[in-house]
Write a protein that binds this ligand. Structure first.
Ligand code: PLP
Length: 368
């Protein structure tokens, strides 16, 4: 049996008719940049969230950067984020000229430890950037309360949390704005790079749209210098075709995760993911912690099972952030977990037979 880490082909085959039709329409109508599919996707994605504005852009990284830049975050400012994430969460802070301030993650949920935030707030702090990693929501009640108290913006990184919920409220609707990624492997993925900003703030929405379109809302009328960050018409049409399936795919991911946790329970060498109470964890990733990780991953590979590590090095310990002088002891949880975490294959098209096989192989590894 071969079980890839993600299987984008299986999904394509299940909706081939819709996707092929969408692609053909874009080409026949030559709606490559801007146009009705981009507009329709923006409207549909905003409506899905009950949000006023969705501003499509080239990728999730740009979405984060555009939000912060248009909030006026820049040199001399600090933005608080989490140590264990993809580098987009912090490199976009630096791109504005501000300094990322890294906080360790919670031991159980892998998300920013809200109890450690207060101590890192200074006169320079402008925003808190929580990342709903793996699809697990951060402790938004505590984070928004802290932000209100200290007059800070909350900017959600929702790249891994499409349709995740906290207290019945969707990810991406808690702060001043949120960034989504539609990278192919994300829970809602395009066939290339794509992303968007979600916000209810009219003025911020207009600024973000303008900035991402060379600083002009009307062609040639550049109010400011901007950047070129647009979603392709092709990507928009593909995302529009996929959007109706997102609820179903999300439910399937949640079922797959529950099944994993059932068949993996009782193996004392591994720690299973837990879901925060009163939230919906959408399982972009199913991450376990385990002993002898390298050997287990190698054994699974031999058995045809692909795994991955999200992420092998906490952000502040990367060479890119050496200049900030963080030590592993500053982030004890993340720096311990980096050697224990292992992401198992999870996607809507995965079968229980495949999960049984993964579980059997893990059991075999620890009993042999
Ligand atoms: C994927 C990802 C991003 C960036 O999205 P891109 O579309 O690849 O630029 C940002 N943050 C997190 C946590 C991600 O996983």
């Amino acid at each position: 049996m071969h079980i890839p880490f993600v299987d984008l082909k299986a999904q394509y085959q299940s909706i081939q008719h819709d996707v092929d039709k969408a692609i053909a329409s874009v080409i026949t109508e030559t709606a490559f940049i801007g146009g009705k599919y981009v507009q329709q996707f923006e409207q549909a994605f905003a409506r899905l969230h009950g949000a006023k504005h969705c501003i499509s852009c080239a990728n999730g990284t740009d979405a984060l950067y555009i939000i912060m830049k248009m909030l006026g975050i820049g040199y001399g400012d600090e933005v608080i984020t989490v140590a264990n994430s993809w580098i987009s969460s912090s490199e976009t802070i630096s791109q504005t000229g501000a300094t990322p301030v890294f906080i360790d993650c919670e031991a159980n949920y892998y998300s920013i430890n809200e109890n450690l935030i207060q101590a890192k707030i200074t006169a320079k702090t402008k925003a808190i950037l929580p990342v709903h990693l793996h699809g697990q929501m951060c402790q938004m009640a505590a984070i928004t309360a802290l932000a209100t108290k200290h007059h800070l913006y909350v900017i959600e990184d929702c790249a891994q949390s499409h349709l995740s919920e906290y207290g019945g409220q969707l990810a991406g609707t808690f702060g001043i704005a949120a960034a989504f990624s539609f990278y192919p492997g994300k829970n809602l993925g395009a066939y290339g790079d794509a992303g968007c900003v979600l916000t209810n703030d009219d003025a911020l929405a207009e600024k973000c749209r303008m900035y991402a379109r060379h600083g002009a809302l009307v062609k040639h009328q550049h109010q400011i210098e901007g950047i070129n960050s647009r979603m392709d018409g092709l990507q928009a049409a593909i995302l529009l075709a996929k959007l109706p399936y997102l609820h179903q795919w999300t439910a399937q991911r949640i079922n797959m995760a529950a099944y994993y946790s059932k068949v993996l329970s009782g193996i004392k060498q591994i720690v299973l993911p837990i879901v925060r109470a009163n939230t919906k964890h959408t399982f972009h990733l199913y991450v376990i912690r385990c002993v002898q990780r390298e050997a287990l991953a190698a054994f699974l590979k031999e058995m045809g099972i692909e795994t991955a590590i999200h992420y092998p090095t906490p952000l502040p310990l990367l060479p890119a952030y050496q200049y900030l002088h963080y030590q592993a002891t500053d982030i004890p949880v993340s720096s311990t977990y980096q050697y224990q975490i292992l992401s198992l294959p999870i996607y809507p098209e995965l079968t229980t037979a495949q999960i049984d096989f993964v579980a059997d192989c893990i059991k075999k590894f620890y009993t042999s």
